[in-house]
Ligand binder design. Structure first.
Ligand code: 5RP
Length: 227
């Protein structure tokens, strides 16, 4: 079976009756949402908060009841994907452009469970260009300031136009090469005017469900990570 499908479906087992669940974005958590839809049809009662319009659409089609932060403040858990995962389970996220809502939802959750195939496990973050969400006004000057932190930022485009996030912002994909201190870099980026959020998720994930050709492995924060 496809490693993403293995990981995604296995993670659905963490969801129990009555839970409020954050629904991540991407091709791995797609399989979780699909499975949760099946479980809902078989009688599981959950309510979800989606991290993107794309996921909202999938959840509605799958028959998962949705709620919002107008009604609830805390979620039991969130299941989401990642672009890179280091041995202490710090993450780069945002390859799919949903990093701001993903971080808001994860920060409101008691647990963040990450689903990924084994290609996402890395010794050090940074080979994947770090997505940074920025305000469109003056994005060029924000990009210059971001570059001074040691990267080459590229405005994310599609069909020659800037990609606009669900929140009306732009994304800079920032090629650092290596990020030895993710917490420090996240803080430095957040201090820049014009930066809305970064794709560095530091100390947020408690479990990673890794799918590979040989099956599923669970990694837990504080247990040695990916080694
Ligand atoms: C979207 C994300 C995704 O979770 C991340 O890009 C992983 O996606 P996939 O499971 O498709 O590889 O952060 O903003």
């Amino acid at each position: 079976m496809n490693p993403k499908q293995l990981a995604g479906e296995r993670a659905a087992e963490f969801v129990k009756d009555g839970m409020l669940v954050g629904l991540g974005t991407g091709t791995t958590v797609y399989w979780t949402i699909r499975r949760l839809g099946e479980m809902a049809r078989q009688g599981l009662h959950i309510r979800g908060i989606p991290t993107s319009r794309r996921t909202e659409q999938q959840a509605i089609e799958a028959g998962i009841p949705l709620t919002s932060f107008a009604e609830v403040s805390d979620l039991d858990l969130t299941i989401d994907g990642a672009d890179e995962i280091n041995p202490t389970l710090d993450l780069i996220k945002g390859g799919g452009g949903a990093l701001l809502r993903e971080k808001l939802v994860a920060a409101a959750s008691r647990r963040l469970i990450i689903v990924a195939d084994s290609s996402k496990l890395v010794p050090t973050l940074g080979a994947f260009p770090l997505p940074v969400e920025v305000v469109p006004f003056g994005w060029e000057v924000t990009a210059r300031r971001v570059a001074m932190l040691g990267c080459i930022p590229t405005l994310r485009t599609a069909d020659g136009q800037p990609v606009v996030t669900d929140n009306g912002n732009y994304i800079l994909d920032c090629r650092f090469g290596t990020i030895p201190d993710p917490a420090h870099l996240h803080r430095d980026l957040k201090l820049l005017v014009g930066v809305v959020e970064t794709g560095l998720f530091v100390g947020m994930a408690d479990t990673v469900v890794v799918g590979s050709e040989s099956g599923v492995t669970l990694l837990r924060a504080g247990e040695g990570g990916t080694g």
